[in-house]
Design a protein around this ligand. Structure first.
Ligand code: AMP
Length: 195
């Protein structure tokens, strides 16, 4: 049976603590921050001013959005906290930080980024797959950045490590508003994980 539209009040955003090559990623991070603010959706993220993370937060704040940073003690001590956030909290470890972000969020979005971004995204997808959480996860596929990753997912399917239907266990979109709409309309695949 079709599920009704999800209410998304907070989105956890995972993205590069570097800004990436050229201006495309920076513009995309700013567009997502602005779109979330315009739609009245709060952001919870790693709380830093660095890279795409800082650009996302700045754009959301400039649009009157609510931005909640969850940073760990070590990065806080190094001075990585964005000083203009709506609110922030400092937690003991990176693990607790992820747990806290997922507890607050109704959905997750990963932008282009490095290994930290990928790790956060994969944990959220895995927890959904195992039924530990029901918080849809999306890739903001700026400039086709995530295509090689989806190619690796296809390899998992081909080699029978992942059910084909689970490719639809995440949303992949290049437009911020379409991505948010797709997360709100998301219906989880009902096929079991084990082949
Ligand atoms: P990366 O993609 O490797 O740059 O890592 C970015 C992800 O890891 C972000 O979504 C953050 O949650 C976390 N992270 C990495 N560096 C920092 C930092 N300086 N401050 C806060 N979080 C960070």
């Amino acid at each position: 049976m079709s599920q009704s539209k999800r209410e998304i009040r907070h989105v956890a955003v995972f993205c590069g603590s570097n800004a990436g090559l050229g201006e495309t990623y920076e513009q995309a991070a700013a567009a997502l921050g602005a779109a979330l603010a315009r739609r009245g959706i709060g952001i919870v993220y790693g709380g830093t001013h660095k890279g795409l993370m800082g650009i996302l937060a700045d754009a959301a704040l400039a649009g009157g959005g609510h931005v909640h940073g969850v940073i760990n003690q070590r990065l806080f001590d190094k001075g990585h906290l964005h000083m203009g956030l709506t609110l922030h909290e400092v937690v003991e470890s990176m693990r607790l930080r992820k747990e806290r972000m997922l507890a607050i969020a109704d959905a997750c979005i990963a932008l282009p980024g490095g290994i930290g971004t990928l790790e956060e995204f994969m944990e959220a997808w895995t927890l959904n797959q195992l039924g530990e959480i029901d918080k849809p996860v999306g890739l903001y596929n700026v400039g086709g950045f995530h295509e090689p990753f989806m190619g690796f997912i296809d390899k998992m399917i081909e080699q029978k490590f992942l059910p084909r239907e689970h490719r639809n266990g995440i949303v992949v979109q290049a437009d911020p508003d379409e991505l948010i709409d797709a997360l709100a309309a998301f219906e989880k695949p009902v096929v079991p994980k084990w082949l």
